[in-house]
Design a binder for this molecule. Structure first.
Ligand code: KIV
Ligand code: NA
Length: 265
């Protein structure tokens, strides 16, 4: 009846057990996933695209992240809640990163934070871990760098693959407890997973990662438009919600809702 800890996740890798992670941005959705037994919930800065109506993750602020992370923590009792450090909240250096992460831990109650980059975020990762804040790293496609890297598969070609392996080792050596691999070739993700003792969490990174993550609005079929190939849609909630909203509207306009059983006398 305690929350999942980062040590549980490293122990799972030692036993060869895979685990799932989903994003969540509000207490209600988080409580659904907690009830489903999902052990790790990521308050991703994908909230920018999914919930806040931005085009990218870049505009998301630490205030927004803190508010939504607090809601996810309140909605859960078992899951480990990981809060993303938004763009601009850690790039200035370790001290800024510690200040930002401390807010997420103290004000929102997250159990860990995530930041993008391997070697470039080394000093940040080291200081956070030394200060008692577990860090999940994020390599491969790092959406906060969309303006320099775009959205495409990373780590293709020997040089890029070697850089990714170096970054992964650097993150582990700096004390990260897990590593997201986004949009990298399956063979490379498998090699990274084999060469690290901390778990890799794949998204568009093939089946041999130690864990898998999806953005919940994508896998639940809430996102409109074309999905990337790595997304599997497990539900069709957008169509269901559209239908329910239309039915309600028609019944109100047609005078068939509310009925006697919905009324008081
Ligand atoms: O913000 C997010 O949802 C993420 C995951 C895709 C790993 O960073
Ligand atoms: Na993110």
């Amino acid at each position: 009846n305690r929350r999942v800890t980062v040590r549980d996740l490293i122990a799972a890798k030692e036993r060869g057990e895979k685990w799932p992670m989903l994003t969540a941005y509000d207490a209600m959705t988080a409580s659904v996933f907690d009830e489903a037994g999902v052990p790790v919930l990521l308050v991703g800065d994908s909230m920018g695209n999914c919930h806040l109506g931005y085009d990218t993750t870049v505009p998301v602020t630490l205030d927004e992240m803190t508010m939504l992370s607090a809601a996810v923590v309140r909605g859960t009792s078992r899951a480990l809640v990981v809060g993303d450090l938004p763009f601009g909240s850690y790039q200035e250096g370790p001290v800024q990163a510690l200040r930002s992460a401390t807010r997420l831990v103290k004000e929102a109650g997250v159990g860990a934070v995530k930041l993008e980059g391997g070697e470039r975020s080394l000093a940040q990762t080291e200081l956070l871990v030394q200060s008692g804040i577990p860090v999940m790293s994020h390599l491969g496609l790092t959406p906060q760098s969309v303006n320099t890297m775009g959205y495409r598969v990373q780590g293709r070609g020997d040089e890029d693959a070697h850089r990714l392996l170096r970054d992964a080792k650097a993150a582990q050596d700096a004390g990260a407890f897990a590593l997201v691999l986004e949009l990298v070739p399956a063979e490379l993700a498998a090699e990274v997973s084999r060469s690290l003792h901390i778990p890799t969490v794949g998204i568009g990174a093939g089946p041999e990662c130690d864990a898998q993550v999806l953005v919940y609005t994508d896998m639940m079929g809430l996102t409109s438009g074309k999905m990337p190939r790595f997304v599997k849609q497990y539900a069709d909630l957008r169509a269901q919600m559209v239908r329910a909203a239309q039915e309600f509207s028609e019944e109100v306009v047609g005078g068939t809702f509310p009925r006697e059983e919905h009324s008081f006398h």
